[in-house]
Every structure is written in C-alpha cells, then in structure tokens.
Write a protein that binds this ligand. Structure first.
Ligand SMILES: *Cc1c(COP(=O)(O)O)cnc(C)c1O
Length: 408
C-alpha cells in the first residue's frame, strides 16, 4: 500500500525535473562516449566527418524522408527552407503570430514578408480558413507550426495549398514524432524543420534538422548550409548568396546519441500526458489538450485552456496559485503576438531602410487586433505547464492534485 501523503507534504516533497538541467533531459554516457570518439577522430567539421552524416541519415530514415540536412539551430533549419523557396523581394510567406521569433526573422533575411494568419483559440494553431483569409497573388509559401507538439489540421491546409501550387513548410520544432492520419509531421508538407535546442524533445543545446522529399529543394538547402559551394561538382563555385549554417561533429555526435532516445522521450511524454488528461477530466473551466481527429500530440509542452469566466483570475490567476505550490507555469505562453514585437512594429531591419517592409502591400502588414480574435483569445486562455520526458506518475499526480485544488 502506498503511504498517504498530505497535500502539504506533497508540496514539499515533489520537485519537478527541469529541461534546463540533467534531471529533465536524457543526456548521459552515450552522448559522452560519442563526443569522445568525435574528438579522438580529430575531425570536427561535418564536411569531412561521419557523425553529422549519420544523424542526417538516421533522421531521414526515421521519417521516411529522402533528404535530411543538419544545421546549427532550429532558426537555421527554417532559414534554409525559406532560402530553398527562393522568394522574390516582397513576396509573402503566411505564418502564425504564436511562434518562436526564429521562425519569422529568417523570412525577412530572405527579403520576404511574414504575413500573419489568425489561429484557432483552442489549439493556437493556424487553420485552412485563417490561411485562406491571408492568401494573395504574392503568397510564395505557407508555414504551419504544430504548436506544443499538437498537429495542425493538415488535410484542408494541404488541399488549399496544392490547389494553388504553394509549397508548405512544416515547423516541427515542438513536434518530434507527432503524427497526422498515420503520417509523420514534417513529411506531409514540402519541407519539415526541427530544432535540437535545449528545451526540445531531444537536444544538442543548439541544432536543427530539415527534411524534404523534393530533390531541388534538397540541393538548395544543402548549398545554403555550405556557403553555396558546390562540393564535389566538376567546376565548383559559390553559386549564390548563402551562409555557413553547418552543424559541427561534436554536436552531430550528441545528436546521434539523442536520436536513439527519441522513442523514450515521446512515449513517456504521451503516457504522462494521458495520465494528466484523465486526472483533469470534468474540471469546470479547464480544458485539456484536444488534438484534431487522427492526430497524435507528442507534448513538447502540456497546455490547458482556461475559461476566465469560470476560473477566478483566469490563466494568470491560476498560475499565481500554482506558483505558491512551486509549479512555475506560463500563462499566455508568449506575452504578445509576434507582430506586436518591435522588429515588426518599428520595422527595424537593415540600417534605416525598413527593407523588405518597404515592398509590402499595406494589407500584408496590417496588424490591427480585430484581425486576430483567435490569437488574442488563445493567448489570454492558455496556461503552459512545465513538462519533459522524465516526468513520472508522481509528477503527473502532483500537477493534477495542485491544479484541482487551485481551480476550486
Ligand atoms: C524552438 C523553435 C524555433 C527555433 O529553434 P531554435 O533552435 O531555438 O533556433 C522555431 N520554431 C518553433 C515553433 C520553436 O519552438
């Protein structure tokens, strides 16, 4: 029989593992061994070494994607995707206002305009309808971000995009191993981008992976990572404007070891989320995550939707009560939509040029809040709980009990 623990004792005894340190990560002897081998080999550049290549091949095989390229960050993994799309200056790329800035600034670096689509307030994901409302003759690509590991409703989005021959980029930075109707996210659109940053499902501290089935995109991505130098070509040259976005072998070694732990990370996150879902059923004013039919959520974070009419103080009030119990949740996730950040509001880009905003249609940079009801409602209601793969039943129960008591 398990001992009876009073709520006060629970409060003192349970400390949640953190993805910012060892107890909330899967880093260990496999990674150390791999890094040692990389160092002993004396080859730390991926142009000559084997670790980054093995990571790329391993991830491509896992996803059943013909091409995978590693890079230095999730931001880089997205930048290479936008580069492969090769927009003309002023072309538009439809994306979401609830995302990481690293998914947006590369669009500006490629001379294109991020055009924000509203989101569904429950999932905080873009939908076919919100994307359709922002289409224009200048739309060059659509970004879908599977926020928190919860897949967007891709079928209607792909239908919309295919009908207009617009490529779809999936931002899977938070959605390793998430599935939509049995298919891995990242392989349903034209290009899929992943991040290996400290807090993601698996990590190398910083790092990124980009997958595609399209041979031309793949060639462009490879070149963009490598200063557009045509390694192995009969007459190599620097073919176009590009950067060095290569992942190094030390990172590749850690990434390869981490890839072996992705099954564990995803399975445990789902198992503990299922437990929490069950424990929080039927709580008035609190909704648990609800993926669209046929989708598998892989819980980068576990988010609740809080009804401020029922829960006093709404998400912010609930977060304050949870904090008293040592649970540091994030109401609003990001404090404001991305378009409310200075880079967009003041159009601060290259010198005082405001380029590429100078080329934008006025409608493309119209950030009035009435155009984004789902975004504002979503941010107001969302409560992001701390979460990682090393949660046990103890942690899930601790969270469930605390939420139940605080929601009263
Ligand atoms: C983390 C993240 C990124 C950026 O990845 P970095 O590795 O931090 O550069 C992009 N998009 C989303 C949705 C993310 O969560």
């Amino acid at each position: 029989m398990s001992p009876v623990i009073s709520p006060i004792e629970t409060k003192r005894k349970v400390s949640l593992p953190s993805d910012q340190q060892a107890d909330g990560r899967t880093l260990g002897s496999d990674e150390m061994e791999a890094v040692c081998q990389a160092i002993k080999s004396g080859t730390l550049t991926s142009t000559k070494g084997e670790y980054v290549k093995q990571l790329e091949q391993g991830f491509a095989t896992r996803l059943g994607s013909p091409h995978c390229y590693a890079s230095s960050s999730g931001t880089a993994a997205l930048h290479v995707a936008f580069a492969a799309i090769n927009p003309e200056p002023g072309d538009e790329i439809i994306t979401t206002p609830i995302t990481d800035m690293g998914a947006l600034t590369p669009i500006l670096y490629q001379g294109a305009i991020p055009v924000f689509a509203d989101v569904d307030y429950r999932s905080c994901n873009v939908t076919a309808d919100t994307i359709a409302a922002r289409l224009s003759p200048r739309t060059k690509a659509i970004v879908v971000t599977h926020l928190f590991g919860n897949p967007c409703d891709l079928n209607p989005i792909m239908e919309l995009a295919r009908a207009r021959s617009i490529p779809v980029i999936e931002d899977c930075a938070q959605a390793f191993d998430a599935k939509y109707q049995g298919k891995a996210v990242g392989t349903i659109g034209d290009i899929g981008c992943f991040s290996l940053q400290q807090g993601k499902h698996i990590t190398t501290g910083e790092g990124g992976l980009t997958v595609t089935r399209d041979d031309e995109f793949a060639r462009h991505i490879y070149l963009f990572i490598n200063k557009a130098w045509g390694y192995g070509d009969p007459k190599p040259d620097h073919y176009f404007l590009a950067l060095n976005y290569r992942m190094n072998e030390l990172t590749g070694a850690v990434g390869l070891a981490q890839l072996g732990k992705l099954d564990y990370s995803v399975a445990n996150r789902i198992a503990m989320a299922d437990l929490l879902n069950a424990k929080l059923q039927g709580l008035d004013g609190i909704e648990v995550p609800k993926p669209v039919p046929g989708a598998t959520h892989t819980y980068w974070k576990y988010c609740l939707t809080i009804d401020p009419k029922v829960i006093s103080g709404g998400a912010v009030g609930l977060a304050a009560k949870l904090k008293e119990r040592g649970i540091f949740s994030a109401p609003r996730y990001i404090q404001k939509p991305a378009f409310a950040c200075e880079v967009f509001v003041n159009q601060r880009t290259f010198g005082n040029s405001r380029f590429p905003f100078t080329l934008a249609r006025p409608e493309a940079v119209d950030y009035r809040s009435e155009l984004f009801p789902g975004t504002f409602q979503g941010l107001e209601r969302i409560l992001v709980l701390p979460w990682n793969e090393n949660y046990t039943e103890l942690h899930a129960n601790f969270l469930a009990d605390a939420i139940r008591e605080c929601a009263r």
